[in-house]
Design a protein around this ligand. Structure first.
Ligand code: SF4
Length: 226
């Protein structure tokens, strides 16, 4: 089963990439923090001008919370995220670099285990599994985890299930698979090559069921004489 999942993910996403746009290491940290409860697309839309205009930590640090909030007002939780942004910029400027240090990263406001894992795997190639909403959902559907597993248990199980060398790649692939294929409300089950191992199958059972009903009703109309 594991090989089947890996092969299919490799087929769909041979070169998975983080979809947040960034040029500097601290920009990735800030963008992942901003991406909580919103999409990468909206974070990119909010930060493109901000990072372009203020392309150093010094320039970003000169911005007030209000000025930051004007750039990120469309992504939600603006007040809290603007304050976190300002604080993180100040701390990283003081330090001079984004450290390869989970404890430090998680001590920053708005930075939890998932954000730290993304930063550590993308900037330092540290093997990790960052469990976001997509990874959480897809892991359950594929039977790697169970309905009662929380985020931390999901991470532990994923780390056991996949080889360490594969963690970062599979992590990125699962995010993309959940974002574009195995979506929350309308998964593309008909096309999915993991149907045979999927525990949920809700989407494809539903769509198959509706197709069957439509065919059945159509047949009935053809057969009933007018
Ligand atoms: S069959 Fe559907 S729900 Fe199951 S893994 Fe594939 S896309 Fe997701």
């Amino acid at each position: 089963m594991r090989e089947q999942i890996i092969n299919y993910l490799n087929e769909l996403y041979p070169h998975p990439k983080c979809e947040l746009n960034y040029n500097k290491d601290y920009e990735l940290l800030l963008s992942v923090m901003l991406s909580a409860q919103t999409t990468d697309k909206s974070v990119n839309a909010a930060t493109s001008e901000l990072y372009k205009k203020y392309d150093t930590l010094e320039k970003l640090d000169a911005l007030s919370v209000l000025e930051i909030s004007n750039y990120i007002k469309r992504i939600g939780f603006t007040q809290a995220k603007s304050k976190n942004f300002k604080f993180i910029v100040g701390k990283i400027k003081e330090l001079g670099y984004v450290p390869n240090d989970r404890e430090y990263l998680e001590s920053l406001p708005g930075v939890g285990r998932k954000t730290a894992s993304v930063v550590l795997s993308h900037l330092f190639n540290e093997p990790n599994f960052a469990v976001d909403t997509h990874v959480f959902r897809v892991s359950k559907r594929l039977g790697i985890t169970t309905k009662k597993d929380d985020v931390l248990k999901t991470e532990i199980k994923l780390k056991k299930y996949f080889k360490k060398d594969d963690w970062n790649r599979v992590n990125s692939q699962l995010v993309l698979f959940g974002r574009y294929n195995c979506t929350s409300k309308k998964p593309s089950c008909e096309l999915c090559k993991l149907k045979n191992i999927c525990k949920e199958k809700k989407g494809w059972i539903n769509s198959s069921f509706y197709c069957t009903v439509i065919v059945w009703v159509t047949d009935l109309f053809i057969l009933v004489p007018s």
